[in-house]
Design a binder for this molecule. Structure first.
Ligand code: ITT
Length: 195
């Protein structure tokens, strides 16, 4: 069985990745707690996903899977994008980030609130080989948060085609079926099968 260490320090992302990959015959190890967090100073999601994956290969000797995700808001020229985790400052909580984004879009109507999530998943191996895949979902930013499932920006992101329901109003399996992370990790599964 293939073994991978999951590079993410975000427990919600660990849960989602484990759920999405559950049917595969993979051993998934959690990131050891003594491995310091990587400074995510890349300019793109690809850069940061690879930084995280390679750091965990170096720290553990295992192949590693990393995910870097951003929310790209049209009216803000793509912000917060690669800086989504720190949008409201270093140490910002999900609630801080959500509040700042709603404030930035105050007064804009639904047609001006377009956005997409993008996830880049990177796999890195001890022999220095690697690959990346990505997935997206398009939608709009709601005017108020709704729902208590999911995490991060989920309560204010309404995917296209769901009549305004937010990602935080979906069950986890409904979210994975259409989400940026679901789409990226389905690509990752296909890529792993070819190796
Ligand atoms: P790691 O770097 O340890 O993986 P992180 O929380 O920093 O964890 P990201 O950089 O990928 O992860 O996340 C960027 C931000 O986007 C962060 O604020 C997350 O809460 C948010 N985010 C990521 N995936 C999300 C999702 O599926 N739904 C809503 N928000 C999400």
């Amino acid at each position: 069985m293939k073994t991978f260490v999951l590079a993410t320090a975000n427990a919600h992302k660990v849960d989602e990745i484990r759920e999405i990959l559950a049917d595969l015959n993979l051993v998934l190890l959690n990131r050891p707690s003594d491995v310091p967090e990587v400074v995510e100073d890349g300019e793109t999601l690809e850069d940061n996903a690879l930084l995280k994956a390679r750091a965990l290969v170096a720290a553990t000797g295992h192949a590693a899977i990393a995910d870097d995700t951003g929310l790209f808001v049209d009216a803000l020229g793509g912000a917060p994008g690669v800086h989504s985790a720190r949008y409201a400052g270093s140490g910002a909580t999900d609630a801080d980030n959500v509040r700042k984004l709603l404030d930035a879009l105050r007064g804009l109507d639904a047609t001006e609130r377009g956005a997409h999530f993008r996830t880049v998943a990177a796999v890195a191996y001890p022999d220095d080989s690697w690959f990346v895949v990505s997935g997206e979902v398009s939608g709009t930013i709601t005017e108020v948060p709704r729902g208590d499932q999911g995490f991060g920006y989920d309560p204010i992101f309404a995917p296209q085609g769901l009549r305004g329901r937010t990602l935080a109003e979906l069950s986890s399996s409904e979210k994975h079926a259409l989400s940026h992370r679901g789409n990226a990790f389905r690509e990752l599964v296909d890529a792993l099968r070819l190796r």
